[in-house]
Design a protein around this ligand. Structure first.
Ligand SMILES: [Mg+2]
Length: 279
């Protein structure tokens, strides 16, 4: 567990360094979802990083729907052996496999879907989950979505379908940070009780109250796994803090898609001192 907590700190260092290096990218949501990614890839999912293939038979699958938080995704993939950690140096550069928003055509191991256009990942995850059933593969499909992303209509078509077709091998997590690109979700478009909405569509809904506490995230994901196979897709409302781990990035939407300058990077790294090795 200490190893995974140290890894959270290291992933956060990677995030702010990657975004700073190219003065571009999305640190806020990445920092907020760090515990989720570290838990998912370090403790929860069964996968084969060394021999990645797009079919993914016989392993658990993950689809990132809110693709703009690519820094946390790429760091986690690299730190779990999908590709060399050094490649994080190429983030958002010309001809890099680490595009600002993930794409499949660069062939980066671990990336199964192009995302960034919001609202689409749940549909893909549902299709993959149904394919697993058809293939008699009892592994699970995980997906992650922003709360602001839920304002896309396709999400609710997908939610209706998944419940109607008993896609009960899917665990969709909502990053409930209450923020989106232009402000708080309540200011931009109030959505009411998101959990009640998914429940009304027929999902089994649960909550992770502190999505920035690694133990809580691991316990919550294990609880979600125990709820699969019972006829309903599972939705986790995971409460996080955008910018978690860097004090001046927390509690605001303003770091959704802004890179730190040199002084801000130094400040951030000073707060993330329990390091493994920087790329
Ligand atoms: Mg959000």
């Amino acid at each position: 567990m200490n190893d995974l907590k140290n890894l959270c700190t290291q992933v956060r260092r990677d995030i702010v360094r990657m975004v700073h290096a190219v003065n571009s990218g999305h640190p806020g949501g990445s920092l907020g979802c760090t515990e989720y990614f570290v838990a998912l890839y370090g403790e929860i999912m069964e996968y084969n990083a060394a021999n990645f293939d797009m079919d993914g038979k016989g392993e658990d699958l993950f689809f990132l729907s809110n693709g703009h938080i690519s820094p946390v995704f790429y760091s986690t993939l690299a730190r779990n052996g999908f590709f060399k950690v050094d490649e994080l140096n190429t983030f958002r550069k010309i001809d890099s496999r680490l595009q600002g928003h993930p794409t499949t055509h660069e062939g980066l191991p671990g990336v199964r879907i192009a995302s960034g256009s919001l609202g689409q990942g749940m549909s893909v995850a549902i299709g993959a989950a149904e394919a697993k059933k058809l293939n008699n593969d009892n592994h699970l499909v995980f997906s992650l979505h922003g709360d602001g992303e839920l304002q896309e209509g396709q999400i609710w078509e997908a939610a209706m379908y998944a419940a109607g077709k008993n896609v009960d091998n899917l665990i969709a997590t909502i990053d409930a940070n209450g923020q989106q690109i232009d402000g708080s979700t309540d200011d931009v478009l109030p959505m009411g009780d998101i959990g009640q909405k998914f429940a009304a569509f027929g999902w089994d809904v649960m909550t992770i109250e502190n999505g920035n506490d690694l133990d809580s995230v691991i316990a919550g994901l294990n609880e979600a796994k125990s709820r699969t196979g019972k006829g309903k897709p599972v939705c986790i409302i995971m409460k996080t803090e955008m910018g978690a781990g860097v004090d001046f990035m927390m509690g605001t939407h303003k770091w959704h898609g802004v890179a730190p300058n040199d002084d801000q990077l130094a400040d951030a790294l000073g707060q993330l001192s329990s390091t493994l090795t920087d790329y």
